[in-house]
Design a protein around this ligand. Structure first.
Ligand SMILES: [Fe+2]
Length: 383
């Protein structure tokens, strides 16, 4: 007869299979079928230098970036189309926002019973193929490769439906998102209050106009996007020389790509004593992904030029708001129940490190005006 101890052991043995069960999920199965290189990391010095593996179907090579966190709200597919290459036509029931890192090319889209239409893109372009439309990407150069980052909500969609046939072989047209308009990717758009730019094609995100966002601090400017009727979000933020933004936290999966600026960094941490703080240095082409919902993070421009980044963020289900990655309280002090640390409440070493980095880069730090109660500073600034 089995004793209590035996039963505990049986239960323990049964539990050992749980990891296998969790790993056997629809999204992981897709990664295996693709045979694509997977990178579990959240900070990259330069996306242009990341070593890719073969991904012929996509036009050459690629890798899928997963943050090291069990809740995959999205993934980041880094793809390079070889010179003169093209991707195989595909369509899928997940959203995908594309940012072109290098090169130039064109994309042809069509839906189940529609005409084909083609638009051209080059480095700096931001767009999204409408949900479940067929598409094919072409490299416009016979000499240079074209590399892009595509942030997709494939993981939650594949896990939600658990049916590859539905994800990749459904004919449903989403006419409310795309009705076959000739000018869909013209780059025209409408500006709504709250800095929301509704357009389906941003020809050059590093140079587009932005609007002021004072609550986030230090003279930042910004634009939120609503692309191709997606629930996944994108925004661009820029902040001046010698400044940094307030620390804040929100759900995981915000992909930050540096578009301009010559030096800067992000700090990311989860522990109150900041003992796990990680510094991710930036340059144009760097990627930092917010890895978890308890991750406080803060972005610093310690260079001599304005710094601009693109944020590609997961949508929150049921929330129709441009700022979905952050949501309510994103610019409210933690002391008032929000998710932001005001400058005067942050650890003193944050400003000390920032001033040190600025001085190292030949930039003039310009943050002391935000610390009225602070008396002692570690660094002497040039007069
Ligand atoms: Fe953030």
């Amino acid at each position: 007869m089995a004793t209590e101890t035996d039963r505990d052991m049986i239960r323990a043995e049964e539990r050992t299979g749980l990891d296998d069960f969790l790993l056997d999920d629809p999204y992981r199965r897709w990664l295996e079928r693709e045979g694509v290189k997977v990178i579990d990391e959240f900070a990259f010095a330069d996306l242009n230098d990341v070593e890719l593996g073969p991904w012929e179907r996509k036009g050459g090579s690629g890798a899928v970036i997963n943050i090291p966190y069990p809740v995959l709200t999205n993934d980041s597919q880094l793809i390079e189309i070889k010179p003169g290459g093209r991707s195989e036509p595909e369509h899928h029931m997940y959203e995908e926002i594309v940012y072109v890192l290098s090169g130039r090319g064109a994309t042809t889209i069509w839906d189940a019973d529609g005409e084909k239409s083609t638009f051209e893109w080059q480095k700096g372009a931001l767009f999204s193929v409408p949900l479940n439309c067929w598409y094919e990407h072409f490299n416009g150069s016979g000499v240079e490769p074209a590399r892009y980052l595509a942030v997709t909500n494939a993981p939650p969609m594949m896990r939600l439906f658990n049916d590859a046939e539905f994800i990749f072989n459904t004919d449903t047209r989403f006419k409310g998102r795309f009705g076959g308009q000739e000018d869909y990717f013209s780059g025209n758009g409408t500006l709504y209050s709250g800095r929301l730019w509704v357009s389906n094609f941003i020809p050059n995100a590093p140079d587009m106009p932005l609007w002021s966002w004072d609550e986030r601090g230090a003279g930042g400017i910004n634009a939120f996007f609503y692309l191709s009727g997606n629930s996944t979000k994108a925004h661009v933020s820029e902040f001046p020389v010698g400044t940094y933004k307030k620390a804040h936290k929100h759900g995981p999966g915000a992909n930050l790509v540096l578009l301009s600026g010559d030096a800067g960094y992000s700090l990311l941490w989860t522990k109150e004593d900041r003992s796990d703080v990680r510094k991710a240095d930036w340059k144009v082409g760097s990627l930092v992904i917010v890895p978890s919902d308890d991750c406080l993070h803060q972005h610093f421009n310690s260079g001599t030029r304005r710094a601009r980044y693109l944020a590609l963020t997961p949508g929150l289900m049921g929330l129709r708001a441009p700022r979905a990655g952050a949501g309510e309280g994103a610019d409210v002090s933690m002391k008032d129940g929000g998710r932001q640390i005001e400058y005067d409440d942050e650890a003193p070493e944050v400003l000390d490190l920032f001033e040190e980095e600025c001085l190292k880069n030949g930039a003039t730090p310009n943050m002391r005006r935000f610390f009225p109660s602070r008396k002692n500073f570690k660094h002497e600034l040039p007069a």
